[in-house]
Design a protein around this ligand. Structure first.
Ligand SMILES: O=P(O)(O)OC[C@H]1O[C@H](O)[C@H](O)[C@@H](O)[C@@H]1O
Length: 301
């Protein structure tokens, strides 16, 4: 991609610039009166979001992440689409689908005000090169950077047969100390414990993470809150169109097997992922569309 041309087409003086980021990947850098942000066009992935009054980024981004075509960037908010988790057909296709491993197209940038910037990314061509997904589709990711971070992922079925997807915003939130974090909003929810072959369990009280967790909560509430007493903040996650939420932290043993995470990184993040996962399969008819939305905002603890 030609960075200079992208800036001529989409740059916004004093607010938005396209830069050559890590690994030479084109990235969108935003600085407005509310927040700063970094978005990778590769993967359609928000990598950083930091409101001006915050000393620390809202998102965790691994310093050992690969920035290479074909690999996912570890951290920020990868988009999992058109499946979440392992290939549902067992064809050895990539975990969490293929859009986090490909370039998107920058489609639009807009200044809403001095304190709010919008970016739209499109994904509709790359699938043709893949022998994995033959259904015509278009994906539109609208990203709002303001006092809160807003994401909207719209799937359009542009073909003439229905298809079904699972999907998620795989958000990595930066925390001060994982052992002191609590997640509110999942009390009494049923969940599938992926570490115990999907055994169904019921959440007792708020979620505290003291070991490896990999859970899919069903019938989750639309508002979840991560309470972080160390960074003295609460991260509010509002996702109106989802009924599942995934909570993941690899803890020490699994982290050590992951080359793109430092051994102690697990202490500094929690993934709380809004999505349509497992039985929350979304069927999209020809000519129809479906949007997954999430809004991330901060309040002091
Ligand atoms: O390593 P990745 O493919 O990025 O997946 C990282 C994690 O994502 C989700 O949270 C899944 O529930 C986990 O099972 C998976 O390990």
């Amino acid at each position: 991609m030609d960075i200079q041309q992208l800036n001529r087409d989409f740059g916004i003086a004093g607010q938005l610039e396209i830069i050559s980021g890590q690994g030479g990947l084109p990235m969108i850098k935003i600085d407005n009166d509310s927040a700063s942000a970094l978005i990778s066009i590769y993967g359609g992935q928000v990598l950083s979001f930091q409101p001006l009054d915050q000393a620390e980024d809202v998102l965790f981004l691994s310093q050992q992440s690969a920035y290479t075509e074909g690999k996912a960037i570890r951290g920020g908010i990868p988009v999992c689409w058109p499946w979440f988790g392992p290939d549902p057909k067992g064809l050895q296709r990539p975990n969490h689908g293929f859009v986090r491993n490909h370039f998107w197209q920058l489609a639009n940038t807009t200044t809403i005000s001095a304190s709010e910037t919008k970016v739209s990314l499109l994904f509709n061509e790359t699938y043709k090169k893949e022998n994995t997904w033959r259904q015509p589709f278009m994906l539109l990711l609208d990203i709002g950077i303001g006092p809160s971070l807003q994401l909207k992922l719209t799937t359009f079925n542009t073909g003439d047969t229905p298809f079904s997807i699972t999907q998620a915003f795989h958000s990595y939130f930066r925390v001060g100390d994982i052992k002191r974090v609590k997640i509110f909003g999942l009390e009494d929810c049923e969940y599938f414990d992926k570490l115990e072959q999907g055994t169904q369990k019921t959440q007792k009280g708020v979620v505290a993470v003291t070991k490896e967790v990999d859970r899919v909560y069903v019938e989750a509430r639309r508002d979840l809150v991560i309470v972080d007493p160390v960074l003295q903040r609460r991260i509010h996650i509002n996702s109106p169109d989802t009924s599942t939420a995934v909570v993941w932290n690899p803890w020490s043993k699994t982290s050590k097997k992951m080359p793109d995470l430092a051994n102690l990184d697990y202490r500094r993040f929690i993934c709380v992922e809004a999505g349509n996962v497992a039985f929350d399969l979304i069927k999209i008819q020809p000519g129809s569309q479906f949007s997954l939305q999430a809004n991330y905002s901060l309040r002091p603890d």
